[in-house]
Design a protein around this ligand. Sequence first.
Ligand code: TXA
Ligand code: MG
Length: 324
Amino acid sequence: MPKTVTERLATERLAADSVGIARAAALLRAGRLVAFPTETVYGLGADARNGDAVAAVYAAKGRPAFNPLIVHVADLAAAEALAEIGTGARALATAFWPGPLTLVLPKRGAELPDAVTAGLDTVAIRVPAHPLARALLAAFGGPIVGPSANPSGSVSPTTAGHVLDGLSGRIAAVLDGGPCPVGVESTIVGFRGEAPVLLRPGGLPVEAIEPALGQALATRAGDAAVSAPGQLASHYAPEAPLRLNAGAPEAGELWLGFGPLVGREGLSLSEAGDLAEAAANLFGHLRALDAMAGGRTIAVARVPEKGLGLAINDRLRRAAAPRR
Ligand code: TXA
Ligand code: MG
């Protein structure tokens, strides 16, 4: 059993400076778990080549063994060592890396232990844009697995404080880079042969991806072979019940708005109705409302189903889904 789960550790909070980055890299080299900021959400980092460290990630999150991890690398060349990159994937990598896009690609070579990919013959790879994530990848010098740094099934973390709320005592350290600017996880694209498939809407809007590909993205509906195994119906779940697409709060409900709050008890994802601001606020506002709900339902305003709204609505639907 990995040390990280049999003992309670005093989780170190590392500053976003050269000392903090060097410490984080040294801990990763020693097979320890270090949460780090990306532009989307905080990732739970471990050495992707170390089977014990990868096992400790699943244990710390309580993540089912069938749900594979995303591998973070510094650049396209590093991705090429781990995966086969076809024409469409190369076009997307060239256009959007570094950035909030994950590509699911045929796995190549034997560097990654089977646990990283949950035994699949594909691997999810992403080149993050956040300066601290990039500095950590450079200092560590190898691939880093990074699922969102939260207990499995709960709301993803967008601050170091959120990470500590869920994983304090279960991981060695968190590198504190402040709030994540995008706020929802990366968009995941896989390929059925050469045909691109949207596996998870996320921080890179579909409307940006399709022109770069020169073709439409299929959705994964009904295609079990290419679905993301982690896309469980109930996920990102707060304690409080959610009522979606609400026109207004009913008596006794808290309000999660999109647009002006107009004196309602709750929070607005964006007073100005801006989808990027709403995405950046989504998980933090869900946490804050959950903490004040005390048994009350959170009524959620309708969010437009375009751009980042696809990712926001996807996460809201999972947060509202019946619990397993
Ligand atoms: O923005 C993000 O992607 C963040 C940051 C930290 O990079 N990471 C993240 O990881 O959201 P996670 O583990 O919470 O979500 C990864 C998703 C899961 O739904 C998983 O099932 C899917 O990626 N996935 C991983 N490998 C896959 C594969 N080989 N085939 C299909 N889906 C895969
Ligand atoms: Mg996650």
